[in-house]
Design a protein around this ligand. Sequence first.
Ligand code: FOL
Length: 238
Amino acid sequence: NPRSLPLTLILAATPSLGIGQAGQLPWPSLKSEMGYFARVTKRVPPNPASATASASTSTSTTTTTTRKRMNAVVMGRKTWDSIPERFRPLKGRVNVVVTRNPEALDWRAGAGKKEGGEGEEGPVVVSSVSAALERLQTSRGSGSVDLQVERVFVIGGASIYKAALELPQCERVLLTDIKREFECDTFFPLELGGEEGGQLGWKRRSKAELESWVGEDVDDALEEKGVRFEFVMFEREV
Ligand code: FOL
């Protein structure tokens, strides 16, 4: 395969690592938190100027292919279902949905309303997280557009995070540390630890390292609707 794609998990969790409740997020919608999720998952890393376009020549013709650099989001079917129809597929990102039953995936209903829109496509559907990676490593654009998948974000839920954490390509976790409890029925399957302790092999990185990786300034502590939260990054030690 041409390139091995590293995986980044992105999630928001309560102190007891709750991530979901009844098919939704456990907390009232936090605009600045969701905004961070959208910006970070969309933003592609800086790139050498030489790689933006390429021309290939055959005997008598020259075809120019434009390269579109995009990140991908990989999610389980229940997470797909949890995203409001008007927001899915998540804009500006390659959407990959993992399901054992592709027939049952409810997306045509939502996509149907957008029918006729240029470039409107449903998600890529695969049956495992590793199949998602294989697909993304070889993904092509359409026509004269050559799609280059940059960062791959695993966006949940619990069983998809668990499968991703078992892969060696899983390098990084972007955690939004929600500072209070909400009722949850779904939990992140790994104890990362805060200041001390935590899972062997995972290291909390500094705010500066987080800012450098996500490509934006990050506040130390945010609060919305009386809910305090903080953006943090963990990386797996080699
Ligand atoms: N990670 C973090 N940090 N926060 C989350 O809320 C989160 N949620 C999921 C996965 N990782 C997360 C899964 N759930 C949308 C909705 C639910 C969802 C993920 C994304 C969604 O509608 N996103 C839109 C933004 C819409 C808006 O601006 O309100 C998007 O374009 O990303």
